[in-house]
Ligand binder design. Structure first.
Ligand code: NOJ
Length: 740
């Protein structure tokens, strides 16, 4: 986010005219409360949705139609700087009050949860990260920015860039997986996609301001380490762990220009991130140089009382503002308490000025002062989805699919085979969406069943069971008698991942394993497609299912994308962004764990379980293709600034394919225990059948260090290993003696 000198000047001039109340007003975000219009109570409605008595689509409709309180008088009085909203008509109405009826005419900024697409929903982040494709990450974010801005939404509560290593935590679905390097590349690409439209004219004739939004990286920080994978829970870790694992994506996003950040709900080493001066002011603002502002998560300032860190609302406001929390989401604590706190000398005027300046700067950069309204034309621009958007959601969906097993080469299927499509998820047009998408339309959604039909397959659907259904033996018998092959779609419903959806047991929910057993017992070949929002515990599946596809929740084009892989029109290229355990008890599990003094081995007294493997069922970076790739001849060249690792990759099969070549490093001897492997680079290589190419990846010496427990970045001479391969588990290795 870069303001012009003129924009800076306008912010300064405005700030000079503002009263204390008006400045605090900018620091207040309204989330319109639902005040009525439901036929049942709000709580009952949520319960009905959880019990599956109403569909996600119906719930969505009811929310749309509910009556809300927008506090128009407070907007008029300049006491609200931001509203969370997705309603273009209402947007113009509220903006008019702010711009034409408030004393200084400061426009509202409208924020909304646009996590993996707006109208064009693309794969959940955990899936998309597995495409290992920063250019794709950027393009999908840009599409979401364009779509949402036509509705008045100019601030996305995204990207979610929490490193997640414990898939009990439901929010792993929203983020880019377990690895800090991949998460950092994801983070910066998303920032560029959301924000860089500010710096160049659009090629499609739209106004420049319609091509970007302000990003809000979240959840800052270490939320992914919530103890026991339980949402909102405590986190506790060393400073080195914080800087080496959880902070890097936020550093990368800030360096890419992120306009804002949202603090996380958790406490970190005893201090809630909402009032954490070390993470907010000293690290994010002073060390990384965030130019925009920090917002709390919903109600989190008030929750500091429940954390037992603030005595009351006044104390919570004081602590948050002083720690560097610029905007309060969802409570009215700042407007109620901060004036008093300034007058009593508990919060300085500089703190308030800084917060107001940061918020006004983002509004100025968004061009909201000169163009506060949205036009009728813009509002309806995407009433019908443009072909390019559909194509991009399809591309992203295909690239996110991971082929886990194809032992008997049953895949790809032939279109003249009779297919019995089984599992309630297969026919659902809404479960393909995944958590945290609220602006999609049913008419755009392609279920797996629809995708198979679109592909011209001879397919018949038999529910037979599902994540929240009983098994139907009659339907299983019918499926067995119709199909030459059974394609079973199993997994989780959307409600089983995302916020407040932690699971203590991460195996396939309900009776789906039993369903798969029964399907295998029919003797027909069974292809299993997973549709889920977390890395599941797949021990039984890994051992018993010969053919397995990780299909995640891929967004509106899921059905077409899955069909293109199943029928071989697209050769899978996706890799896992998170390790899949055999059993839940292995969690947290991640490839880049540190070395123990007793690495797991045959000997009893080593670091392992007596009842489960140590390694994952499917590791980070893993993913098959319809061809195979052979790696050979790893060499490493040193220059003054870097090491360049080169490896030969050969397509040893008879179909063309694209492989993701990964570079890992190990700092073998260091002053702190270091990971056994750390991802340091990746690239894609397209190979025709039989073709071999040399692939080079460069590792800068500057990137070979680590953070110590004083939070300092250090590089230490000594033995290193570089690895290249097609997954974190299968690599060639070269040892180096490094002097920096
Ligand atoms: C709570 C969630 O933690 C956060 O991710 C989201 O952006 C806000 N609520 C606003 O909906």
């Amino acid at each position: 986010m870069q303001l012009t000198p003129l924009q800076q000047k306008r912010v300064d001039e405005l700030l000079a005219k503002m009263t204390l109340e008006e400045k605090i007003g900018q620091m207040n975000q309204l989330s319109p409360s639902l005040v009525g219009g439901f036929d049942v109570s709000f709580e009952e409605l949520i319960e009905m949705a959880m019990d599956g008595k109403i569909s996600q689509e119906e719930l969505h409709q009811k929310f749309e139609n509910a009556e809300r309180d927008y506090q128009e008088d407070n907007i008029r009085a300049g006491l609200i700087g931001c509203v969370m909203l997705q309603d273009p008509g209402k947007y113009n109405e509220l903006q008019k009050i702010a711009v034409e009826e408030s004393r200084l005419g400061i426009p509202l900024i409208i924020g909304f949860d646009v996590i993996h697409g707006y109208r064009s929903v693309y794969p959940i982040a955990l899936a998309e990260a597995g495409a290992f494709d920063p250019d794709l990450f950027r393009r999908t974010a840009h599409m979401a920015a364009k779509e949402s801005r036509t509705q008045g939404i100019s601030w996305h509560f995204a990207p979610m860039i929490d490193v997640g290593r414990d898939s009990r935590w439901g929010r792993v679905s929203e983020g880019p997986g377990e690895d800090p390097y991949l998460a950092s590349r994801f983070a910066e690409a998303k920032i560029h996609g959301l924000q860089d439209g500010a710096y160049e004219d659009a090629k499609d004739g739209t106004e420049r301001r319609e091509n970007y939004v302000a990003a809000c990286m979240k959840h800052y920080v270490a939320y992914g380490a919530a103890e026991s994978g339980r949402d909102y829970n405590t986190t506790s870790m060393s400073i080195s762990q914080l800087h080496n694992v959880y902070l890097p994506p936020f550093k990368a996003a800030t360096e890419a220009g992120a306009a804002s950040a949202m603090a996380s709900f958790n406490d970190l080493n005893g201090v809630p991130c909402t009032v954490n001066e070390y993470t907010l002011r000293r690290t994010l603002k002073e060390r990384y140089g965030l130019k925009g502002f920090v917002v709390s998560d919903a109600n989190a300032i008030r929750e500091c009382i429940d954390h037992g860190i603030a005595a009351d609302r006044y104390d919570a406001a004081r602590q948050a503002a002083n720690a560097g929390m610029d905007m309060d989401m969802g409570t009215s604590i700042y407007i109620e308490e901060l004036k008093n706190a300034v007058e009593r000398g508990d919060v300085s005027m500089e703190v308030i000025d800084e917060a107001a300046r940061r918020i006004l700067s983002v509004k100025m950069w968004l061009d909201l002062f000169d163009h506060p309204y949205i036009t009728e034309e813009a509002m309806h621009r995407y009433d019908k989805l443009p072909q390019e958007h559909v194509a991009l959601t399809l591309e992203a969906a295909k690239k996110s699919i991971v082929l886990l097993k194809n032992d008997e080469k049953v895949l790809p299927l032939k279109k003249d085979q009779k297919i019995s499509l089984v599992g309630s998820l297969a026919a659902s047009p809404s479960e393909i969406i995944g958590a945290w998408a609220m602006s999609w339309k049913g008419e755009d959604c392609v279920s797996i069943l629809d995708g198979f039909k679109n592909a011209g397959a001879d397919v018949k659907y038999f529910a037979c069971g599902g994540p929240d259904r009983e098994i139907n033996d009659d339907e299983i018998a019918q499926a067995a008698s119709f199909g030459d092959v059974i394609v079973a779609v199993v997994g989780e419903t959307t409600a089983m991942s995302g916020e407040a959806a932690s699971r203590a047991d991460t195996t396939l929910p309900g009776k789906q394993r039993e369903l798969l057993e029964k399907l295998l017992a029919t003797g027909k070949p069974v292809v299993t497609i997973l549709m889920n929002g977390r890395a599941l515990a797949l021990g039984w599946e890994a051992e018993n299912l010969p053919t397995l596809i990780e299909g995640w929740q891929l967004g509106i084009q899921m059905g077409n994308a899955i069909a293109s892989v199943v029928f071989g029109d697209y050769n899978p290229t996706g890799k896992l962004a998170a390790s899949f355990p055999y059993v839940t008890g292995q969690l947290p599990i991640y490839y880049n764990h540190t070395s123990t003094g007793r690495p797991a081995g045959k000997f009893k007294f080593t670091s392992k379980y007596i009842d489960a493997p140590t390694e994952p069922a499917f590791p980070f970076g893993y993913g098959l293709s319809y061809t195979t790739y052979q790696y050979s001849d790893l060499t490493v060249e040193e220059s003054v600034e870097a090491f360049t690792a080169k490896v030969k990759v050969k397509n040893a099969g008879n179909v063309a394919g694209t492989e993701t070549v990964q570079l890992y490093m190990q700092d073998v001897t260091a002053s702190l225990v270091r990971p056994v492997k750390e991802l340091k680079g990746f690239t894609k290589v397209a190979l025709a059948p039989g073709e071999e190419k040399e692939v080079a990846l460069t590792l800068k010496k500057a990137d070979m260090g680590f953070y110590n427990n004083d939070g300092e970045y250090v590089r230490e001479d000594g033995k290193f290993r570089l690895f290249m391969g097609g997954s974190s588990a299968e690599t060639l290795m070269q040892e180096l003696d490094v002097r920096f």
